[in-house]
Write a protein that binds this ligand. Structure first.
Ligand code: SAH
Length: 244
C-alpha cells in the first residue's frame, strides 16, 4: 500500500465515517425509544392482548428496520414516534405498536410464507421479512406499490415479492399461506383469503367500516379447517378499497 493511498484512506475515514456513525447513532437511539414506547403500550393493553410483552424476535425486528426510510423526507424527524404517519395518497404507515402487535399475533416462524394485503410504504413487509422466509404483498394504488417496491429493492429486502392488484382475491398462484396480514379495514373477512390460509394458519385483519368501531381480529384455521375469530383490540385503519 503506497503512502499516498494510506493518506487518502485516513482522510476518507476522518471525513465520512464519523458522519455516518453520527447518523446511525441518532436513529439507533430513536429506535430504542420507539421500542420502549411499544413495550409501554403492550403493558397498557395487556388485558386485551393477553400478554405482557411481545416475542423478543418481533421486538428485535422492530429495532433493526429503518422506519425513517419508509416515510416521506419531511417526516424523517418523526419517523420513530409511536404513531401513524401520512405516506401520501391518503394512506398511512401504521403506528409502530400496531405493526409489532400484528406481527406478534402472526407468530412468525423462519420457514413461513406470508401474504400481506396493503403494501403501503412497505414497512410492515420489511419487519416481517426479518422473521419469515417469504412475503407476498399486494397494493391497490399503483404509484404507492411501485415506489415501495423500488424502496424495498434499494434497501435489499430480497424475500418480498410485490404486486399491484385488488387484494380481496388474495394471490392464488402462491397459496396456501402460513399466515395472512391485512392492513386496511374491511366490513367482513374476505372468503378468498380464508380459503388461501393453510390449515393451522392464522390471519390478522382489522374488521369494521369507517362508521363502526373496527376491531383487529385474529382468525384461526385449525388442522380440520375450522375457522374461529377473536376480536383483539379496537383500532383505526384506512379503508380497504376495490371492487368487493
Ligand atoms: N402495511 C402498510 C400499511 C399501509 S395502509 C405499511 O406498513 O405502510 C393500507 C394500504 O392498503 C394502503 O396503501 C391502501 O392503498 C392498501 N389497500 C386498500 N385496499 C386494498 C385492496 N383492496 N388491495 C390491496 N391493497 C389495498
Amino acid at each position: 500500500m503506497s503512502v499516498r493511498y494510506i493518506i487518502i484512506w485516513v482522510f476518507v475515514q476522518l471525513i465520512f465515517v464519523p458522519g455516518a456513525l453520527a447518523i446511525a447513532d441518532e436513529y439507533t437511539l430513536q429506535r430504542k425509544q420507539m421500542i420502549e414506547g411499544i413495550a409501554d403500550d403492550v403493558r397498557k393493553t395487556a388485558e386485551h392482548i393477553n400478554k405482557k410483552s411481545f416475542n423478543d424476535i418481533v421486538m428485535q425486528a422492530m429495532d433493526v428496520v429503518p422506519r425513517h426510510e419508509f416515510v416521506p423526507q419531511n417526516l424523517h424527524s418523526q419517523a420513530y414516534e409511536n404513531r401513524p404517519l401520512s405516506i401520501g395518497y391518503g394512506q398511512t404507515i401504521s403506528q409502530p405498536y400496531i405493526v409489532a402487535l400484528m406481527t406478534d399475533l402472526l407468530q412468525p416462524e423462519p420457514d413461513q410464507h406470508v401474504l400481506e394485503i396493503g403494501t403501503g410504504s412497505g414497512y410492515q413487509a420489511a419487519v416481517l421479512s426479518q422473521l419469515v422466509a417469504k412475503i407476498y404483498s399486494i397494493e391497490i394504488i399503483e404509484e404507492l406499490g411501485n415506489s415501495s417496491t423500488r424502496l424495498l429493492d434499494r434497501l435489499g429486502y430480497g424475500n418480498i415479492e410485490t404486486r399491484i392488484a385488488d387484494g380481496y382475491n388474495g394471490w392464488l398462484q402462491h397459496a396456501p399461506f402460513d399466515s395472512i396480514i391485512v392492513t386496511a379495514a374491511i366490513s367482513h373477512i374476505p372468503p378468498p383469503l380464508v380459503q388461501q390460509l393453510k390449515k393451522g394458519g392464522r390471519m390478522v385483519i382489522p374488521v369494521g367500516s369507517r362508521f363502526q368501531t373496527q376491531y383487529l381480529t385474529l382468525v384461526d384455521k385449525d388442522m380440520q379447517g375450522n375457522v374461529t375469530t377473536r376480536q383483539v383490540l379496537p383500532v383505526s385503519f384506512v379503508p380497504f378499497t376495490g371492487g368487493h
